[in-house]
Design a protein around this ligand. Structure first.
Ligand SMILES: NC(=O)c1ccc[n+]([C@@H]2O[C@H](COP(=O)([O-])OP(=O)(O)OC[C@H]3O[C@@H](n4cnc5c(N)ncnc54)[C@H](OP(=O)(O)O)[C@@H]3O)[C@@H](O)[C@H]2O)c1
Length: 251
């Protein structure tokens, strides 16, 4: 039986665990050959081994231009194409009020969350997608649509990523579709502070009654990346949050 992504090749940045790992699994299950990245070559390879056939690991810090170029060169050299790029690596070192942040934490957040998607998209488009077509999915956040104490810099970076998604979609059409996913609170290491100590409370405040699992987001990423129903979607950010942005509901 044919699968929607048979013959396609995908790169998922920041995929040694969490949402990236789940996205890699979903893309692989739909037929794609997948390359997963991590800051550590070892963790990338471990993640690939965990997913098994059709997935390989590559060590590349998302903001390291030489490493990103080496990864894209590896993909083109090995598989001869690069159809799907998931810019998933993200970070949040700048916890606390915005006015208490320093330049270093600001730069690190913006570098990983905003510059890396530009860098990897540029490399993928110039190496393959610009001529042959392709699809990019950026991992934003519902934080890009809201304000909350202590997450200001991170939310600003994700709001900018949502805007960047539209900008790139316009610049790269018609060959390349560019979309984003905006997850709510998902059971991952990055978001532990948001759910670990009070999961029942978060679930109660979520209209669909539970926090997100990485697979909830991974499968939506695979849909945007290449699912048949997404072929005329570009510049869009898909919110996948169990209704968290709607609020706890009218009672
Ligand atoms: N979880 C949530 O509730 C939630 C909600 C909204 C948005 N998001 C977004 O979802 C994305 C994935 O986060 P997650 O929740 O799945 O977090 P996670 O479980 O902590 O995973 C983050 C992944 O990114 C990798 N990574 C981190 N910094 C990197 C860098 N500079 N270069 C390359 N890889 C890097 C990590 O691998 P190594 O440590 O091995 O390098 C890991 O595989 C992020 O963009 C995050 O902002 C998460």
């Amino acid at each position: 039986m044919s699968r929607p992504l048979d013959g396609k090749v995908a790169v998922v940045t920041g995929a040694s665990r969490g949402i990236g790992l789940a996205a890699a699994a979903a893309l692989r299950d739909q037929g794609a050959q997948v390359v997963v990245t991590s800051r550590s070559e070892e963790r990338a390879k471990e993640a690939a081994a965990e997913l098994g056939e059709g997935v390989v690991g590559f060590g590349a810090h998302a903001t390291d231009e030489d490493a990103a170029r080496a990864c894209v060169d590896f993909v083109i050299g090995t598989y001869g194409r690069l159809d799907i790029l998931v810019n998933n690596a993200g970070t949040n070192p700048a916890y606390g009020p915005v006015i208490d942040q320093d330049h270093g934490r600001f730069i690190k957040t913006m570098d990983v969350n905003l510059w890396a998607p530009i860098l990897w998209t540029s490399l993928a488009v110039k190496a393959w997608m610009g001529e042959h077509g392709g699809s990019v999915v950026n991992t934003a956040s519902i934080g890009g649509y809201s304000v909350a104490a202590d997450f200001g810099i991170y939310h600003v970076s994700k709001a900018a990523l949502i805007h960047l998604t539209k900008q790139l979609a316009l610049e790269l059409a018609p060959k390349v579709r560019v979309n984003a996913i905006a997850p709510g609170v998902v059971r991952t290491k990055l978001a532990e502070a948001l759910w670990q100590e009070h999961e029942a409370k978060v679930a109660e405040a979520t209209p669909l009654g539970r926090i997100g699992e990485p697979e909830d987001i991974g499968e939506a990423i695979a849909f945007l990346a290449g699912g048949a129903g997404a072929r005329w979607i570009t510049g869009e950010t898909l919110i996948v949050d169990g209704g968290q942005l709607l609020g706890p509901g009218a009672v």
